[in-house]
Design a protein around this ligand. Sequence first.
Ligand code: SAM
Ligand code: DTB
Ligand code: SF4
Length: 357
Amino acid sequence: MEQEESRPPAQDDATAKPWQQEVAAPLEIDCSAGGSIPCSQGAIRHDWQLAEVLELYRSSLPDLIWYAQQAHRRHFPADRVQLSTLLNIKRGGCPEDCGYCPQSARHDSSVHAEPLLPPEEVLAAARRAREAGATRFCMGAAWRELRDRDLPRLTDLVAEVRKLGLETCLTVGMLNEHQARELARAGLDYYNHNLDTSESFYPRIISTRSYEDRLRTLEAVRAAGIRVCCGGILGLGETLEDRAELLIRLASFDPHPESVPVNVLVRVAGTPLAEHEPPDPFDVVRTIAVARVMMPASVLRLSAGRGQMSDELQALCFLAGANSVFYGEELLTTPNPDTEADRRLFARLGIRAENRG
Ligand code: SAM
Ligand code: DTB
Ligand code: SF4
């Protein structure tokens, strides 16, 4: 993405233009358990309470975006986006019953089971992702859990993708501690395993594995020293409280997940949630802003659902603190905006893609 070096917004800089000077927050809401730490300062906390998160959610949109902007700029340049490319390395035929997922063998979608892709195909896709400008390559498999017999193929893939100079991410279902350690040894940078929604709403969406199972996998990933990518989905029929509870749970992890994907349900024919009412787009923006305030130093990914969003809505999400996207024409089984459209959008917004470090 060739673009002119743009001047980052000045903060304490004496040469700053008047409109670049930092001004005091017009409103500081009390968002700490015992004291008044302004949310707007980007403090890292693990003890968020439901009442204060709901208060944040219900702030006026301009105030909420202001809090999120301050938190964002304390930890990141506000004009950068991290690009991750997804590849479905094992499509369909999954035994789980996740109500949103077209890859479940229990739903009547048009996705059919296929075997694990050969390594040459995966590496060719990784090279294409690198050429297109992605910095991370995320490989997903429609498995309930990783079986030990598949582990060597995955460790080989991780090692080979890493040699290309890309960060690696896997999302292949539940892991045990041994598997997590082996993946870490192979050089896995991130493991994606979403909580999806609040603990109380979760059983309405998935019955074949528990919230507790997910937490155990996340613990194994963290214990192995792999960075955690963990987020959720909006539009499953959850309430505002469910969204707040999900964010509270994510922010309770110490450290916070390094990467937090915010997915908007992609409604796929044949899945139980196909006819669901989509969420109010402003609630998507609000959720991103609240997540940014609560996990100010985490990379927040505007994930599934961008294909159904206008450029203007995506821009609002970036203003609210999103600083990563899935980049490439396909998510796992559904379309994503094409890379050319994304490059045009970033250029129009003056946002630059993060470079490989
Ligand atoms: N099978 C593995 C698992 O579930 O852990 C890995 C792949 S799974 C498809 C990864 C995540 O994709 C899910 O946890 C869910 O958050 C998200 N996802 C799946 N289908 C989706 C859809 N239709 N819309 C939005 N997000 C979806
Ligand atoms: C995540 O949070 N979202 C991605 C990734 N992690 C694996 C998956 C989105 C899937 C959208 C539906 C599909 O393409 O099948
Ligand atoms: Fe299987 Fe993952 Fe889809 Fe659930 S989300 S059905 S575990 S592929």
